[in-house]
Design a protein around this ligand. Structure first.
Ligand code: ATR
Length: 301
């Protein structure tokens, strides 16, 4: 089915400007996503792709106020450079060590935020309204930038325990040490446990599923062209929610396996859509909605 967007307005000389900065940027679905909302809400604005090489990213970010941009999203591989370049960081971005949303404030200062964890949680809650982070341990597979955002979001939402499994244990341990420290709880005697984040060895990863309330894949495994995530689900309670942040394909082998054994599943496209909401609201002044029509439109692109 082809989705059409009505209410398209041409931009004027007063158009509000924002965009997405990354390298490369041609694959990004964000211009299509924000363009849909601009048209839907009849806003005189533009959201453009900004192809910026890493060695010029600082210069480009600093130029946003001079160019009259209200801000921009930042994507791979520039999120850490943005973190180091902005004038002010919000507390979530500070903990994540990465910035995906920049807002130019009234004084022209660059304010860095990170909405990836917000997008993850909003997607999971929208897809499975009965789920709550507080209800049980969460298992997160992977320890890259996406995992960092997911773990912060789960801890902030009150997850009692986050079990982290990653092929390279050192990366998981670093993430646990950075994020898991919980001054109130004290450290357990197990050296692999740091506050509420527990690192489980890759070889014993299947045991981490026992008693879990949520399983999230943040690795590249299961993406089109990649092998499926190598994880047997036998120990996972059938009540556990399974989410994959991969959205191409929408139904990854992990989600198909989880669905076949009766687990509730939530696919990954909503994380992209929901993470975009705070930036759109800050730049264009409207709180945008994620709808089935928007989801179809973005997936068709
Ligand atoms: P991002 O920032 O998008 O999360 P990343 O930093 O490249 O991306 O992280 C990719 C994740 O996929 C990592 O957790 C990586 O595991 P390693 O830290 O061991 O590299 C995981 N990953 C990639 N290929 C994998 C594979 N074949 N098996 C298991 N995990 C894999």
């Amino acid at each position: 089915m082809t989705t059409t967007v009505t209410n398209r307005v041409m931009i004027t000389g007063k158009a509000k400007l924002a965009g997405v900065m990354g390298w490369p940027i041609g694959h990004s679905r964000s211009p299509r996503l924000h363009g849909y909302w601009l048209a839907q809400y009849g806003i005189d604005g533009a959201y453009v792709p900004l192809a910026v090489a890493p060695d010029r990213a600082e210069q480009a970010i600093r130029a946003l106020p001079a160019l009259g941009f209200r801000g921009c999203n930042v994507t791979v591989p520039l999120k850490e450079i943005a973190f180091r370049t902005v004038d002010l960081l919000d507390p979530v971005a500070r903990r994540m060590g990465a910035v995906n949303t920049i807002v130019v404030d009234e004084d022209g200062a660059l304010v860095g935020g990170n909405t990836d964890g917000f997008g993850f949680l909003e997607n999971v809650k929208a897809g499975c309204p009965d789920w709550s982070a507080e209800r049980g341990p969460a298992v997160v597979v992977g320890a890259g930038g996406a995992a960092r955002a997911v773990v912060v979001a789960l801890l902030d939402a009150g997850a009692p325990e986050v079990r982290l499994i990653n092929r390279t244990a050192a990366r998981a341990e670093e993430l646990a040490a950075d994020l898991g420290a919980d001054p109130g709880a004290g450290l357990g005697s197990d050296p692999a446990t740091t506050g509420r984040v527990t690192v489980v060895d890759w070889v014993s990863r299947e045991t981490a599923l026992d008693g879990a309330g949520l399983l999230v894949n943040t690795t590249t495994q299961g993406m089109a062209g990649q092998p499926p995530l190598d994880l047997r689900l036998d120990a996972l309670p059938v009540s556990a929610l399974v989410n994959d942040i991969v959205y191409a394909p929408l139904e990854t082998p992990l989600l198909a396996a989880a669905r076949a054994r009766g687990n509730p599943v939530v696919d990954g496209i909503g994380m992209l859509l929901h993470q975009a909401r705070p930036g759109f609201q800050a730049w264009f002044g409207v709180e945008p909605q994620v709808t089935p029509d928007l989801t179809r439109f973005v997936l068709e692109g």
